[in-house]
Design a protein around this ligand. Structure first.
Ligand code: ADP
Ligand code: ZN
Length: 723
């Protein structure tokens, strides 16, 4: 063997570099081919990677076992993997793993399932059960044995026996039949003039078959979805695939339903709650180009699309696009990178675009399509502030008198109200009334949150759960625990007491998290089976409630505290979004914001509907402070079980910090969550001028210091979480 048969193969494992293999019997191979290779004493899938390896002595190099019969990983996706690994400082193989989340799905034949139809007429003992089965099989051929047994109310054994006897014929068919392709010829709604103009621009961007980014900005209800569907139709017309990213699984069902109505056929969903078989089938359909439209969560971005023609990032400002574990990345930003590498259009849609995207518009990097008004007669809701300094609330009560009045009026009018509080559970803090001891998570520097529904206390950071103890662990007092502050469950309790006649429902990510559960709740809202909906941010996003006319924000100040440089921006976005739920179609809406800080720029801007004024002020402030989008940030978080060791490592790292013009390193400092999952945490923050290559600076910095192996390091480029 000559070294020239040696190739690089990247494995979907947390390895920084591809390994070297010989082509062996498998050749010829080209980059992108999916292959099976030996690794240790196992067999793994891998992807033939670009570039030539440093030649190794042939005896040291193992041979590729086989080339798999699978669509290759495209050059654009390979470049994306390398780029994301470089940008986020993660091993290349860990990024490849995100492209192949079900590695075998692409290479193995699709799973089959058995379906039944009537067989030949045979001599056999008849029975009422058997007759019923045969009759149903004749009426509804194509049921599986279990389905047929269920339909005939018999055991599966009865059905299997009939198969064995030949009275039923069993056929093997693919377990997942792809739905028909969406029909781009179908007309959408007749667009108004501004919508039509925006849609024409987006269609042209797709037809150009070149990289472009368009920020599609429009108030809630302006018709952004209708407009980007036009771009979707354009991509489908060209026979290409479309990816629509959503920030929350919770939004998928509504989005899928709406898509099907528009295009007459379903899109494919992709999210973490899908069953494994469904995921594998979807990945296969994506890789083979059968899945024309995928509606999914951020993880759908890295999948191996056969021919991607358009990416839509809906609610582009949403922080849920940031993946905070493993490979830490922002799917909105990486969608732009992918679009660039693929040479395609990307649409970023939002009612409250991120400052990053708005800044790119002003730098003329992104096109801007604006829908300034709600479609048709719908107007934006009126927003009033309830000044909690004047409207004093009784202890442990959270619904002020003006809000109570508004709710009563709304419900009496036969309309719906929503109470928004971005806090799950019953109460965020439980303390002992005798000694003041606060119930804390044993693994985290965080209070335990009471969840009455489940009769437990929960840590919202590590998932720790326990019963409420019988006695105070500190002073031993019994039955003296006091719940402090509200969560949605407690708010619902108060609402139920105040409005005994009203029908109430609570929606939070722990009470409704599957698309089906959310779908049911939305249907109940639409059918007017609910008068008052109490919810966390899960109700704030995207949903369309035709009869909702009142939104009460229980604690408008909640997101403003803390060290997050985006706190004001985020609160503004969230409250704009939740306010946008009120009043659509012919029912004008109203919003009440309960606040202790009515003069705060965010709260004041909301009540004046002064979006532009808020953005301008916030931009100026960020520019002054050199914060994103005018500067760059990266965080390094060190953690370990030995606090002194972590602190020492953080000091060592700080001493080696990069210096130079445009670079500042803040910290080390204990993280706000300085103890998490049993580990002590120290943070360092790198602030850099825009033109600085931050990943490169980070790479040099961290490679200059060898950390003790017990200290774990996480690098977060463009951080969104400052906990
Ligand atoms: P957004 O995504 O901006 O919140 P949507 O696309 O969801 O707005 O539109 C809001 C509502 O208005 C939807 O019910 C939508 O069907 C309706 N709508 C928007 N544009 C039109 C139009 N041109 N004709 C009829 N209905 C429209
Ligand atoms: Zn915890």
């Amino acid at each position: 063997m000559t070294p020239s048969d040696q190739i690089r193969v990247l494995l979907p494992l947390p390895l920084a570099e591809p390994f070297t293999y010989r082509t062996g019997e498998a050749g010829p191979l080209v980059p992108g081919d999916i292959v099976e290779v030996p690794i240790g004493n196992r067999v793994s899938l891998g992807v033939v990677w670009d570039g030539n390896p440093e030649p190794l002595p042939p005896a040291k190099v193992k041979a590729v076992l086989r080339r798999c019969d699978a669509p290759p990983i495209s050059p654009a996706l390979r470049k994306l993997v390398d780029w994301v690994a470089g940008y986020t400082l993660n091993p290349t193989g860990a990024v490849l793993k995100m492209c192949l989340p079900e590695p075998r799905a692409l290479v193995e034949p699709p799973p089959m399932r058995q379906i039944l139809r009537p067989g030949k007429a045979i001599e056999m003992r008849t029975s009422a059960q058997r007759d019923r089965v045969l009759q149903i099989a004749a009426e509804r051929p194509g049921l599986s044995p279990t389905e047929l047994a269920e339909a005939a109310a018999v055991s599966v054994a009865v059905v299997r026996k009939l198969v064995e006897l030949g009275a039923l014929q069993a056929d093997q068919v693919p377990a997942f039949r792809p739905p028909p392709p969406p029909d781009w010829r179908r007309d959408g709604r007749a667009l108004n003039a501004t919508q039509a103009e925006a849609a024409a621009g987006l269609r042209a961007a797709v037809a150009a078959r070149d990289f472009s980014v368009t920020l599609l900005e429009g108030v809630t209800g302006a018709g952004k979805t209708e407009v980007y569907y036009e771009a979707v139709a354009e991509a489908l017309k060209a026979g290409r695939q479309v990816l629509v990213l959503l920030p929350e699984i919770a939004l998928t069902q509504q989005s899928l339903d709406r898509f099907e109505q528009r295009f007459g056929a379903p899109a494919w969903a992709w999210h973490s709650e899908m069953a494994e078989g469904r995921r594998a089938a979807t990945l296969r359909a994506i890789g083979h180009g059968e899945a024309k439209v995928v509606i999914g969560a951020r993880s759908a971005l890295f999948l191996p699309y056969a021919d991607l023609g358009l990416v839509v990032v809906d609610e582009e400002h949403d922080a849920s696009y940031k993946q905070e574990e493993g490979v830490i990345y922002n799917a909105r930003d990486m969608a732009v990178v992918r679009a660039k590498l693929e040479g395609i259009a990307v649409i970023l849609a939002s009612a409250t675009p991120s400052l990053e995207s708005l800044h790119n518009v002003s730098r003329r990097r992104y096109a801007h399509a604006v829908l300034p008004e709600r479609h048709g007669a719908a107007t934006l809701p009126r927003i009033d502030i309830v000044d909690l300094r004047k409207e004093r609330l009784p202890a442990q009560r959270f619904i002020s008198a003006p809000l109570q009045t508004a709710i009563r009026e709304t419900v009496e009018n036969g309309e719906q109200a929503m109470l928004f509080l971005n806090r799950r559970g019953y109460a965020p803090l439980t303390l002992c009334g005798a000694c003041g001891h606060r119930l804390q998570c044993p693994n985290c520097a965080a209070w335990l949150v009471e969840h009455k529904r489940h009769g437990r206390l929960q840590c919202h950071h590590c998932g720790h759960q326990q019963r409420l103890p019988d006695a105070c662990p500190s002073c031993g007092a019994e039955d003296r625990f006091k719940a402090c502050g509200p969560g949605v469950e407690r708010l619902a309790e108060e609402a139920a007491m105040l409005f005994a006649e009203a029908r109430l429902a609570v929606m939070a990510s722990d009470t409704a998290n599957s698309p089906q559960q959310i779908g049911e709740m939305l249907t109940r809202m639409e059918n007017r089976e609910i008068d008052i909906l109490v919810g966390t941010q899960i109700v704030a996003k995207g949903h369309h409630f035709p009869l909702l006319t009142l939104v009460g924000v229980i604690d408008a100040d909640l997101g403003l505290a803390g060290g997050d440089p985006r706190a004001a921006e985020r609160t503004h976005q969230l409250l704009t979004q939740v306010s946008g739920r009120a009043g659509r179609a012919d029912h004008p809406g109203r919003v009440l914001l309960q606040s202790f800080l009515p003069e705060h720029p965010v709260i004041a801007a909301l009540s004046r509907h002064d979006n532009a004024g808020f953005i301008a002020a916030e931009m100026a402030e960020r520019q002054r402070a050199g914060m994103p989008p005018f500067g760059r940030l990266a965080a390094i978080i060190l953690s370990g079980t030995d606090q002194a060791q972590v602190q020492q490592a953080a000091r060592d790292l700080a001493r080696a910090a990069p210096r130079g013009p445009g670079l500042t390193v803040l910290g080390p400092a204990p993280a706000p969550l300085h103890y998490l999952r049993g580990r002590f945490r120290e943070r360092l923050l790198l602030k850099a001028a825009r033109e600085i290559d931050v990943p490169n600076v980070l790479r040099e910095w961290i490679s200059s210091i060898k950390l003790p192996s017990a200290v774990k390091r996480a690098v977060d480029v463009d951080p969104y979480s400052f906990l």
